[in-house]
Structures are given as structure tokens and as C-alpha cells.
Write a protein of this length. Structure first.
Length: 281
């Protein structure tokens, strides 16, 4: 009989997941699903707060994962799927039922553009993650779009105003395009919170928090409207700056070439003069 001790022992490597980051991601997904259900029930303000809650948990899960050194491929995939629900499907259904139903087919097609743009934006982000400049996002981030739309609902509700279907149809199409565009948006990932800052920065942060607490609906809307607009403005400014730099380099090359021609011409003239002097001698 073969000795049991001589047999090879096959060990199975146990695989697991990090609980805390995944729990934050699932809580964000819960908020997104709550937003979707609230929209269907006609509770648009509750739906908007659900999206904002999902954005808060989305911010926390990444920070917690990096803090605990618990970043995994599983966590990244789960986060993308949760983002698709909370920042793609939920805001699209919200804006359709809240503002776009008068347009019927055109309305839900505009909402679908948000869903499709979000899916493409998340897929591109995952593929280009290793090669991206961390200072910028390529295309509008899906959480920014979702919070802008959610805060828009709250902004109108604070005035008891009826949303303009034309305005939100145009905004939906424009924002869907920004999702898949090459327009760059500031990411804020290069900000080092451990670095020493001046006292004025702390005061500014405190003032921003006070404003947010006093009037969250309007402050959130204005802040994220500014964020959505700053990308195209920054791209135009950077494009003009790059064009001026290219023009400056082109003029410098032309000037250098002209100088080289003049130098060459002067050298030829001096050589001819020297030959004439030598012949005269």
C-alpha cells in the first residue's frame, strides 16, 4: 500500500474579498436602487437624495480601499456595476419621468443617451485607468452628471417651479455627449491632504460647509453646474494656449531659418570680397 505521507498534498488557495470597501459600494448601490424606486413612485426629491447618497458612498469606498490597501479587481468591477445603476440608470429615469415625458419617444431616447454614455464612459475609464493623467478625467465623470441632475430636481423643488422640458432635453443630450467626449475635467486626485496648508484654506472650507448646510439644494446645483461647464471652458482655453505655442514655435523656426540664410549670404559675400582682394594682389 502506498504510503500516505508520500502522496503530494494539493492545497486550495482561499480567495476572499475586502468587506468594508465592498459594503460601502453595496450601500451606494442600495441608494441608487432606492432612487430608481422613488422615481417610479413619483417621489422625485427622495430619488434625488438617493443619488446624492450613492455619490457619497462611491467617494468613501475608494478612499477606504486605498487607506486599507484593499484595492482589488473584484472591487473595481463591483464599483463599476454599482456606478452604472446609481449614476447611469437612476438619473436617466429620474430626468425622463420628471421633465422629459412631454416629448414621449424623443424624451426617453434622450434619457437612453445618458445610460449609453455612462456605460461607455465607465468602460473607457476601466480600460485606460493605468495610462490616464490622474490630474484630469477624460470626459465628464458619471457621478458629476448624476449629482447635477439630482441637484437640479432639488433646485426646482426649492422654488416650487415646474421644470422646462426643452431645457432639460438639451441638457440631457449635451451631458451625454460630454460623458464620451475627450473634454478634460479636473479630478482633484493630485490634492495631497497630508500637506500643510495656510489657515485661509481651512476658513474657506469651513465657509463652504456652512453654505452647503444652510442651502444644500441651491449650493449643490450651482457647484456642479460650474463643474460641468468648467471642462469645455478649460479645453477651449488650453486649445488656444496650445495653438499660440505652436504659432510661436513656427515663427521661431522661420526666424531661425531666415537668420541662417542671412548668415550664409553674408559668408558668401565675404568670401567673394576676399577672392577679389587676393586677385588684386
Amino acid at each position: 500500500m502506498e504510503d500516505k505521507e508520500s502522496r503530494p498534498v494539493h492545497t486550495i488557495k482561499r480567495r476572499g474579498i475586502y468587506i468594508l470597501p465592498s459594503m460601502f459600494t453595496l450601500l451606494g448601490l442600495l441608494c441608487g436602487f432606492y432612487s430608481l424606486v422613488s422615481t417610479i413612485q413619483g417621489n422625485y426629491e427622495h430619488a434625488a437624495w438617493g443619488i446624492i447618497g450613492a455619490a457619497i458612498f462611491d467617494m468613501l469606498d475608494g478612499r477606504v480601499a486605498r487607506l486599507l490597501n484593499a484595492e482589488t479587481a473584484f472591487g473595481a468591477e463591483l464599483d463599476s456595476l454599482a456606478d452604472m445603476m446609481s449614476f447611469g440608470v437612476a438619473p436617466a429615469v429620474l430626468v425622463y419621468l420628471w421633465a422629459l415625458t412631454p416629448y414621449d419617444k424623443l424624451g426617453w431616447l434622450a434619457a437612453f443617451l445618458i445610460v449609453a454614455g455612462s456605460a461607455l464612459r465607465l468602460a473607457r475609464f476601466n480600460v485606460q485607468l493605468a495610462s490616464q493623467d490622474k490630474r484630469y478625467f477624460q470626459g465628464l465623470p458619471t457621478p458629476a452628471l448624476a449629482i447635477f441632475m439630482a441637484s437640479g430636481v432639488l433646485f426646482y423643488s426649492s422654488f416650487d417651479a415646474t421644470p422646462s422640458s426643452v431645457l432639460w432635453l438639451i441638457l440631457s443630450i449635451a451631458l451625454a455627449w460630454l460623458l464620451v467626449s475627450n473634454v478634460r475635467f479636473l479630478s482633484g486626485k493630485d490634492i495631497d491632504l497630508k500637506q500643510r496648508r495656510s489657515f485661509a484654506v481651512l476658513v474657506a472650507i469651513l465657509a463652504a460647509v456652512v453654505l452647503l448646510v444652510l442651502d444644500p439644494e441651491r449650493v449643490l446645483f450651482l457647484v456642479f453646474f460650474a463643474y460641468c461647464v468648467h471642462g469645455p471652458i478649460m479645453s477651449v482655453w488650453q486649445g488656444q494656449k496650445a495653438a499660440r505655442l505652436r504659432l510661436k514655435k513656427r515663427l521661431a523656426r522661420a526666424k531661425a531659418k531666415q537668420t541662417a540664410k542671412q548668415t550664409s549670404k553674408q559668408s558668401v559675400e565675404q568670401s567673394v570680397k576676399q577672392d577679389d582682394i587676393d586677385n588684386a594682389d
